[in-house]
Design a protein around this ligand. Structure first.
Ligand SMILES: [Zn+2]
Ligand SMILES: [Zn+2]
Length: 176
């Protein structure tokens, strides 16, 4: 997926968090480790059980924004998410590209995660519209996705789900 048009690619972290498998009790620490590039070097990425529940609540709010069906609903849920954030932006080129980080560099992993997710998602919604974040329409998927298509016409999280649904619809038509 190409996030280049989106001012911030921090929204990618929000989408990944909403789609994270939370079955394992250590899921939140594993998620932070997998996404370590979003955290200041040296941040301890292990989250306690309580912090993992907070990360889960953040994930639920991202999903709530994605399933919302009006701008008013999106604003309400986005503002609930932003209320959990502690923004203190700064410019960095730690990976060679000049970009913004949203949380204080010395903040703990949970604060960096929550703040980056809230700010990344908010930027996309206010700059590109509330319909840009959705939930995959493929049966049994439910992944949150970011719609980067020109006319905001996307309905599936991936090409796999799109072609799977096209085939299913074709078969259903053949049957009837
Ligand atoms: Zn960075
Ligand atoms: Zn899907």
């Amino acid at each position: 997926m190409d996030y280049d048009d989106y001012g911030s690619n921090a929204v990618e972290l929000a989408v990944d968090l909403a789609n994270a498998d939370r079955a394992d009790p250590g899921w939140a620490s594993a998620f932070c480790a997998e996404h370590h590039e979003w955290f200041t070097d040296g941040t301890a990425l292990e989250l306690s059980g309580k912090q993992a529940r907070a990360a889960g609540a953040t994930a639920d709010l991202v999903r709530a924004v994605a399933v919302a069906d009006s701008q008013a609903q999106v604003m309400e849920r986005l503002n609930a998410l932003l209320a959990l954030a502690t923004p203190r932006p700064y410019a960095t080129d730690h990976d060679g590209e000049l970009h913004l980080h949203y949380a204080a560099p010395e903040a703990g992993a949970l604060e960096q995660l929550t703040t980056t997710v809230a700010m990344g998602l908010s930027q996309v919604v206010v700059q590109h519209g509330w319909q840009r974040v959705g939930v995959c329409a493929a049966e049994g998927c439910g992944n949150v996705y970011l719609d980067t298509s020109r006319n905001a016409s996307r309905r599936y999280c991936s090409n796999t789900c799109s072609s799977r649904s096209t085939v299913a619809a074709y078969r259903a038509r053949q049957k009837s």
